[in-house]
Design a protein around this ligand. Structure first.
Ligand SMILES: [Zn+2]
Length: 86
C-alpha cells in the first residue's frame, strides 16, 4: 500500500510504500529510498490509519499535497505561520 507522508530522512512530503510480511512492516520513501521497519502489529496498523486520516486534514491545509501522485514525487511544504498566538 502507499501513503503520503513526511519523510524524516529527506524532509519532503513523499509517497511511502508499506509492505509487510506479517512480522514486520517496511516503510520506504519512494523519493530518497530511505526505509525503516516497524513490527506489524495493532499499533502499527493504527499508526497507518491515523496517517491516512491526518493527510486529509493536511491536504486541506496544504492543497499542494494533491500534486503528490506518483512514487518518487516529492513536495516541500512551507510551514505556515500560526496566526493564533498562544
Ligand atoms: Zn525520503
Amino acid at each position: 500500500m502507499q501513503i503520503k507522508d513526511l519523510c524524516t530522512h529527506c524532509g519532503y512530503w513523499t509517497i511511502s510504500t508499506i509492505e509487510h510480511d506479517d512480522i514486520n512492516a517496511t516503510f520506504t520513501c519512494t523519493h530518497c529510498k530511505n526505509e525503516f521497519q516497524l513490527p506489524w502489529n495493532t499499533e502499527t496498523r493504527f499508526l497507518i490509519r491515523s496517517l491516512r486520516q491526518s493527510i486529509k486534514k493536511r491536504t486541506k491545509e496544504y492543497p499542494e499535497l494533491r500534486e503528490l501522485k506518483n512514487p518518487g514525487d516529492f513536495i516541500k511544504v512551507e510551514a505556515k505561520i500560526n496566526q493564533t498566538s498562544n
